[in-house]
Write a protein that binds this ligand. Structure first.
Ligand SMILES: [Zn+2]
Length: 83
């Protein structure tokens, strides 16, 4: 049997997101199940022996900067639909 007590917790929620490349504010839409960020969030995992040797770089990009980055690739990136 379990007995519970009620406690108040402080939860960190995203207040503001800015594009790491240009500094533009990225729109956030709050919903019951969380929030949606209109730009893109990138995690770059670097392998052993690379310049960042196992580090993970995390940053946010606005739509314009993410499109500019994708367009700069010599070979197009793969697109995976998530919703
Ligand atoms: Zn940007």
């Amino acid at each position: 049997m379990r007995k519970y007590k009620h406690v108040k917790k402080t939860v960190a929620v995203i207040k503001e997101v800015r594009c790491n490349k240009c500094g533009k504010r990225i729109d956030i839409k709050e919903h019951e199940d969380g929030c949606y960020i209109s730009g893109c969030s990138v995690e770059m995992r670097h392998g052993y022996g690379s310049k960042y040797d196992g580090d993970v770089l995390r940053f946010d990009l606005c739509d314009e900067c993410s499109n500019e980055l994708a367009q700069s690739f010599k070979h197009g990136s793969e697109i995976k639909q998530e919703f």
